[in-house]
Design a protein around this ligand. Structure first.
Ligand SMILES: C[S@@+](CC[C@H](N)C(=O)[O-])C[C@H]1O[C@@H](n2cnc3c(N)ncnc32)[C@H](O)[C@@H]1O
Length: 221
């Protein structure tokens, strides 16, 4: 049995996914109604992301059940102890990663969110799961909150905030990535600059001439 499958987390996640299905379906309909080029430009934007996510302040935009479980397994398999998350929303992915930390024997997860209502919900969900000792929520734009006071060594990064900022967030954490660190970039297809960067021969992380960091691109969240 894992922490994911036991009380109190299992029941909380079950309810969160039901809520997420409802809010995300409505939001997806609105997005799908936009012309494809407009949607792509909006998703990749580095200027309009605050307005975009403010419109989605009541929408979970959570990873799927399968992606959540995959995040848990990846963090477990790599024995992650230090995790950075860009974009917590209501905390669905946060809870999966914190469960992995718990089952790995402890550690620290720094998550980031700028929507006040979502910060409140994430904080409540973390408290209800008994993960307050593992998770630090950095409130505000992650471009600022991740610009300082990072762990000396980072094992795992989840990129799931504004897609246009993925390269910038990567730059903030890059020097601290341990060799073999895992970067999971949800919906990375909306961030062509990020994909070009991680696929380039230069690679990611310090000592890139000698090492290439593992990088995963996980779809639909
Ligand atoms: C796709 S949702 C995250 C979903 C979450 N990872 C989950 O699985 O439940 C993206 C979130 O990132 C937040 N966000 C986007 N850009 C941000 C930024 N620059 N700084 C902090 N939070 C940001 C949004 O407000 C939104 O709640």
């Amino acid at each position: 049995m894992t922490t994911l499958d036991t009380a109190p987390l299992a029941a909380l996640l079950h309810q969160l996914f039901i809520d997420a299905d409802a809010t995300s379906a409505m939001f997806k309909q609105q997005l799908d109604a936009l012309p494809a080029e407009h949607r792509a430009a909006m998703m990749a934007s580095k200027d309009d992301y605050i307005a975009f996510y403010s419109r989605a302040k009541d929408v979970h935009l959570a990873v799927s059940r399968e992606t959540g479980r995959l995040l848990y397994m990846l963090a477990r398999a790599t024995n992650a102890r230090t995790i950075i998350e860009f974009g917590s929303s209501f905390g669905v992915s946060t809870l999966h990663l914190a469960a992995a930390l718990r089952d790995n024997g402890g550690g620290k997860l720094i998550t980031t969110e700028f929507e006040p209502t979502k910060i409140t919900r994430t904080r409540a969900n973390i408290a209800a799961s008994g993960f307050a000792d593992l998770v630090e929520i950095r409130e505000g734009d992650a471009l600022e909150t991740l610009a300082q006071h990072l762990p000396q060594s980072i094992d795992f990064v989840l990129l799931d905030g504004a897609k246009g900022l993925y390269p910038d967030i990567l730059s903030l954490v890059e020097e601290r990535l341990r060799v073999g660190a895992l970067i999971v970039a949800d919906n990375a297809n909306w961030s062509p600059d990020y994909l070009a960067r991680v696929r380039s021969r230069r690679g990611v992380g310090k000592g890139v001439n000698r090492y290439r960091k593992a990088s995963a691109e996980v779809g639909a969240g």
